[in-house]
Ligand binder design. Structure first.
Ligand code: NAD
Length: 480
C-alpha cells in the first residue's frame, strides 16, 4: 500500500493529525494506497511556507524560474510511462490515453508557461505629448489551485504552471479520487531543485483541506476546476474575501451535426467526443443533435462504432474504455440512465454496469450508452452526467438547433459539423459556449484562452491570460 504524503516546504510529510484514508483502484474496486486526510493545520503550514518563500521566488529572474520549470517538464517526459501507469491505476482511464494525452499535456503545460514568461510584455500608452501611462503586473502572492479527478496531472499542471512561472507561490490540492500523479510530481519538483515552499501540495477531501485553502486569508487568488455545485460554494466563500477567482466548471456540450457534414469524420470524431476517458471530460459532447435527413444514417453508424469499442482492463493496450473513476460516480451515472428511461428515452445501446472477470472483477465498468427519443428540455438533457452516456436528437432548422444547444445553464464547449463555411461561422457566433470547434474536437492551442460561459465558469485560463490572472495589475500615469 503506497502511502501518499503531503509536499510542504520542500519536504514530503505526513498530515499533522496522522490520519489517512484509502486510495481506491477503480478498475479493481479495491484500496491500493493511503491518502493524507489533511485539514486546516496542514493548509496553514503550507501557506506559511509559501508566504515565507514568496519574496525570494517572486524576485528570482524569470529566466531562472523558467529553467527550473523546464527541468520539471523534462522529468515528466523522462517518466512518461511510470506516470501514465500511475494515472491509469488511480483514475481508471486506459493507459494508452494517459500515455498519449494526459502526461504529454502535463509536460506541455509546464513548457508553455516556462517559455511564455520569457516573452511577457506590458502595455504603454502615450497621451499626446503630455503623459505616458504604463501597465505593470506583479505576482499576486500565495495562490490556491484546486483540481478535479478526470484529467489529474493535466489539469493540476495547467493551474500551477502559470502561477509558478509568474512568480507566485502555490498551495495546491489535487482531487482525493486521483492524488497519485500529483504526489509523483512533488518528487519530481524536489529532484528538479524547486526551492522549498514555492509549491506546496496538500492532499485530502474537498470540504476539509480544499475549503481550508479557500478560506485562508493569506491566499490571494483561487484557480479552481471542478463541478458547478462546488464552484458555487467556493464563490460564496471567496467572494466576500475579495479573492481573485477563476472557476472552470461543468458542461453539457452540444455536438451539432448538419446533413452536409463530412460524414465519416463526424462519426469518427463524435465517438471520441462522446466516449474518450469514459465520457469523463468536461468538453465531451454529451448531447448530439443531427439534422433530420441524416438522423437515421448517423444513429445507425454511431451505434455500430460504439458497439465496436473495447471496454476492459485499463492497463490492456487494446482497451478504449476503462473504469469509471469511483463507485459513487458510477452510481450517479446509473441513476441518470434510470432517469432517462423514466423520461421516456430509449436506450439503443449499452445502459448497464458490466462485471469483468479476473483482476477487474470488482471494478466500476459501464457500457457506453446511447439514448434516443428524449426532448431537449428533460433533466437527462439539462444536467451534467459526466460519463459514457450520450443522447441523440433530430432537428430541422438552424434556429431550432441553436435553441436546443443553448437551452441549458451550461456553456462550456460546442462542436459543429458542416462543410458550409458561412453556416459554420453563423452557428459558431450564436452558440453560447466558451469554446467552439468546427469539424474537430479537443484541438487545443495553448495560447488560446480557455473557459466557459454561463454556469460553466468565470475567468479564462490558457495563454497569457493565465499569467495575468496570477498578478496584481497597476496602471501608472507619468505627466511630462
Ligand atoms: P468536484 O467539484 O467534486 O471536485 C473538484 C475539486 O474540488 C477536488 O479537488 C475536490 O476535493 C475539491 N473540493 C470539493 N469541495 C470543495 C470545497 N468546498 N472547497 C474547496 N475545494 C473543494 O469535481 P470533480 O467531481 O472532481 O470533477 C468533475 C467536475 O469537474 C465535472 O463537473 C466537470 O465538468 C468539471 N470539470 C471542468 C473542467 C473545465 O475546464 N471547465 C475540466 C475538468 C472537469
Amino acid at each position: 500500500m503506497e502511502k501518499i504524503l503531503n509536499y510542504i516546504n520542500g519536504t514530503l510529510t505526513e498530515p499533522v493529525n496522522g490520519n489517512f484514508f484509502n486510495n481506491i483502484n477503480p478498475a479493481e474496486g479495491k484500496p491500493y494506497g493511503l491518502i493524507p486526510d489533511s485539514n486546516k493545520e496542514d493548509v496553514a503550514q503550507a501557506t506559511a511556507a509559501a508566504k515565507h518563500t514568496f519574496a525570494a521566488w517572486s524576485t528570482t529572474p524569470a529566466r531562472n524560474r523558467s529553467s527550473i520549470l523546464i527541468k520539471i517538464a523534462k522529468l515528466i517526459e523522462r517518466d512518461l510511462d511510470k506516470l501514465a501507469l500511475a494515472e491509469s491505476i488511480d483514475q481508471g482511464k486506459p493507459v494508452t490515453l494517459a500515455k498519449s494525452l494526459d502526461i504529454p499535456r502535463a509536460a506541455a503545460n509546464i513548457r508553455f508557461y516556462a517559455t511564455a514568461i520569457l516573452h511577457e510584455s506590458s502595455e504603454a500608452h502615450f497621451t499626446d505629448n503630455e503623459a505616458i501611462n504604463y501597465t505593470q503586473h506583479t505576482p499576486i502572492g500565495v495562490v490556491g489551485c484546486i483540481s478535479p479527478w478526470n484529467l489529474p496531472l493535466y489539469l493540476f499542471t495547467w493551474k500551477i504552471a502559470p502561477a509558478l512561472a509568474v512568480g507566485c507561490t502555490v498551495v495546491a490540492k489535487p482531487s482525493e479520487i486521483t492524488p497519485m500523479t500529483a504526489y509523483l510530481f512533488s518528487k519530481l519538483c524536489i529532484e528538479a531543485g524547486l526551492p522549498a515552499g514555492v509549491l506546496n501540495i496538500v492532499h485530502g477531501v474537498g470540504a476539509k483541506a480544499g475549503q481550508a485553502i479557500i478560506e485562508h486569508p493569506e491566499i490571494k487568488a483561487i484557480s479552481f476546476t471542478g463541478g458547478t455545485a462546488t464552484g458555487k460554494i467556493i464563490a460564496a466563500t471567496a467572494g466576500p474575501m475579495f479573492k481573485k477567482l477563476s472557476l472552470e466548471l461543468g458542461g453539457k456540450n452540444p455536438n451539432i451535426i448538419f446533413a452536409d457534414c463530412d460524414f465519416e469524420k463526424a462519426v469518427t470524431t463524435s465517438i471520441q467526443s462522446s466516449f474518450s476517458n469514459q465520457g469523463e471530460i468536461c468538453l465531451c459532447g454529451s448531447r448530439i443533435f443531427v439534422e433530420r435527413p441524416l438522423y437515421e444514417k448517423f444513429v445507425a453508424a454511431f451505434k455500430v462504432r460504439t458497439e465496436a469499442l473495447v471496454m476492459g482492463d485499463p492497463l490492456d493496450e487494446k482497451t478504449n474504455l476503462g473504469a469509471i473513476a469511483s463507485e459513487t460516480h458510477l452510481n450517479k451515472i446509473l441513476s441518470y440512465i434510470e432517469l432517462a428511461k423514466q423520461e421516456g428515452g430509449t436506450i439503443i445501446q449499452g445502459g448497464n454496469q458490466v462485471k469483468l472477470t479476473g483482476r477487474c472483477a470488482d471494478g466500476y465498468f459501464l457500457e457506453p450508452t446511447i439514448i434516443t427519443g428524449l426532448s431537449h428540455t428533460c433533466r437527462t438533457n439539462q444536467e451534467e452526467i459526466f460519463g459514457p452516456v450520450v443522447t441523440i436528437m433530430p432537428f430541422d432548422t438552424e434556429e431550432e438547433v441553436l435553441q436546443y444547444a443553448n437551452s441549458t445553464t451550461y456553456g462550456l464547449a460546442a462542436t459543429i459539423w458542416t462543410e458550409n463555411l458561412k453556416r459554420a461561422h453563423r452557428v459558431a457566433a450564436e452558440v453560447k459556449s466558451g469554446i467552439v470547434w468546427v469539424n474537430c474536437w479537443l484541438f487545443r492551442d495553448l495560447r488560446t484562452p480557455f473557459g466557459g460561459m454561463k454556469q460553466s465558469g468565470i475567468g479564462r485560463e490558457g495563454g497569457f491570460e493565465a499569467l495575468k490572472f496570477f498578478t496584481d495589475e497597476k496602471n501608472v500615469c507619468i505627466k511630462f
